[in-house]
Design a protein around this ligand. Structure first.
Ligand SMILES: O=P(O)(O)OC[C@@]1(O)O[C@H](CO)[C@@H](O)[C@@H]1O
Length: 332
């Protein structure tokens, strides 16, 4: 099983407009709402690929039924921790040109008992899982060390041997491998806990680095630096340029062309979900990245946020180009 901590669930709204102009009044052409949040997308990706998955996240009274039906129809076991008040909305505004602007609410206030209940639930489920994913921002009330503490408590002895040989890509040790998708301070505070994998996107990696990432060589160097603290795998997602993955001295770049990018929101989550499945199935580094990139690309093919067709993943998987990338910048 794969456990996903996707605490800051959201009701995502996709708003279609002709053109967005700052300071103007806009009338939407259409508005579509979907259960969302990074962790929720990771969980639906994992389920779509046929692996058992449990999602732990906030829910409110108004949306509990909607989320439970949506997730159970997609094969996700949802452990919704009920918060007083409302979960957040996240807005993606799509213009006729295809440009997307996102506005993300911070999420509700969670009191310490509820936060503890959520973390306990993740620990219990993760204890029976090979892989745990912690994904997205935290609702208010969960402090910035939350992921670091969870990672430290879930990590097994193999990866605890400081600086020792961490073994090959598929060496699981006895602990749960944690994949983290976080940004800004949350990413910064989680890295010292040495999660198995982190997946920043280009902008998040740039912020962490404090410098622009203008090409693949720069992405590779950023990934290598991010791994220096002991994270086994760093994947930098690069939008339509695919993803760059670094693991223990080895660097791969994977990409796949798609005919039309309809909605890229959630593609990073699909990439993480695909890679979590690759890890749970003990696939090679190459095949795991290939699966992640195929899922991310399949997500961009559909208009809905965070949804893809499994047949698209199956069609794209063999079309993904994976090439070894040296840190001096040349591929082979
Ligand atoms: O605030 P976070 O958790 O970083 O991101 C939230 C979010 O942008 O992530 C998903 C797309 O990746 C959307 O469902 C959601 O709106």
């Amino acid at each position: 099983m794969i456990t996903v901590g996707g605490f800051n669930t959201s009701m995502d709204e996709l708003i279609e407009l002709d053109t967005l102009a700052l300071g103007e009044v806009h009338r939407a052409k259409s508005v579509t709402a979907y259960p969302g949040g990074k962790g929720l997308h990771v969980a639906t990706t994992v389920a779509a690929l046929g692996e058992p998955v449990a999602l732990v996240g906030l829910i409110d009274r108004a949306y509990r039924g909607t989320f439970e039906r949506w997730l159970s129809a997609r094969g996700v076991v949802f452990h919704g921790i009920e918060v007083d008040g409302a979960i957040r909305n996240c807005f993606a505004i799509r213009e006729r040109s295809g440009r997307i602007t996102e506005i993300l609410e911070p999420g509700p206030n969670v009191d310490p008992e509820l936060a503890e209940e959520m973390l306990l639930q993740v620990r219990e489920l993760a204890a029976a899982s090979k892989v745990a994913v912690l994904s997205g921002s935290l609702p208010r009330g969960l402090d910035v060390q939350t992921y670091a503490r969870l990672v430290a408590s879930l990590r097994g002895p193999t990866e605890d041997r400081d600086g020792a040989d961490l073994g090959p890509w598929h060496d699981t040790g006895s602990g749960v491998r944690c994949l983290v998708d976080a940004s800004d301070d949350l990413l910064r505070h989680t890295l010292p806990a040495r999660p198995f994998m982190v997946k920043p996107n280009r902008e998040e990696a740039e912020k962490w680095l404090g410098a622009p990432i203008e090409n693949l060589a720069a992405a590779a160097r950023a990934a290598e630096r991010m791994a220096e603290g002991g994270t086994a795998v760093v994947v930098v997602s690069l939008g339509d340029e695919g993803a760059l993955a670094y693991s223990r001295g080895e660097c791969l770049h994977a990409s796949v062309p798609i005919p039309e990018c309809r909605n890229p929101v959630g593609s990073g989550d699909a990439l993480v979900g695909g890679m979590a499945v690759g890890l749970a199935r003990d696939l090679s580094f190459d095949a795991t990245l290939r699966l992640g990139v195929a899922c991310g690309a399949a997500n961009a093919l559909t208009a809905e946020t965070g949804l893809f067709r499994r047949e698209d993943v199956e069609r794209l998987f063999p079309l993904v180009t994976v090439r070894r990338f040296t840190l001096t910048g040349s591929g082979d």
